[in-house]
Design a protein around this ligand. Structure first.
Ligand code: AR6
Length: 178
């Protein structure tokens, strides 16, 4: 794990499984519009949470790109899941604005629920096809832009799956915060 600090907030970079972040209060799901299970992050989160999660999300579906909703964590080691629908590359436009809105809305929901720690996967960069370099810059810049307004959130973690994604995040975070 690599840790950076800005505005008194810890920003962490971890390589691993979003469904195994047991020291984090809220994990973010790379959701689909129906808020059901799927591949990648959504599959891992729904498997870890169990069927109670789908029962809870049903009332909120469908959501639009850029939107987010919060639920309990059920059988996950986290109290909350914040479900974000990222944009599909070259389909949901403008992609950068919609992707940034996901990160912003997730942090707003964390604040409304007095959550202290949030872990984000690399939204939209898997099945949704958003190029990882551009997505990482948008993610990091939007999170950093929102730090000053945070009162309850003390720790934000980026969770990446692949070696390559770790390198991309590392480079962007070092460039902004190193
Ligand atoms: N933990 C952390 N990161 C992961 C994990 C995991 N367990 N699994 C994959 N990744 P994706 P999207 C990485 O496809 O692009 C779903 O099927 C992955 O390598 O999960 O927003 C939903 O149902 C990639 O870097 O999310 C939606 O339909 C990143 O997480 C759609 O895919 C995001 O990949 C959402 O697509």
């Amino acid at each position: 794990m690599k840790t950076y600090t800005k505005n008194g907030i810890d920003i962490e970079l971890v390589q691993g499984d979003i469904a195994s972040q047991d020291d984090i209060e809220a994990v973010v799901n790379a959701a689909n519009a129906q808020l059901r299970t799927g591949g990648g992050v959504a599959g891992a989160i729904h498997r870890g949470a169990g069927p109670g999660l789908t029962e809870e999300t049903r009332q909120y579906a469908p959501i639009e790109p850029g939107e987010a909703v919060v639920t309990g964590g059920h059988n996950l080691p986290n109290a909350y899941v914040i479900h974000c629908l990222g944009p599909r590359w070259e389909i949901d436009t403008p992609e950068e604005e919609l992707l940034r809105r996901c990160y912003r809305r997730a942090l707003e929901l964390a604040e409304e629920n007095e959550i202290t720690s949030v872990a984000f996967p690399a939204l939209s960069t898997g099945a949704f096809g958003y190029p990882v370099e551009e997505a990482t810059e948008a993610a990091v810049d939007e999170v950093l832009a929102g730090l000053e307004g945070l009162e309850s959130v003390e720790r934000i973690r980026f969770v990446v799956f692949s070696d390559r994604d770790r390198e991309v995040y590392r480079e962007v975070l070092d460039g902004r915060l190193g």
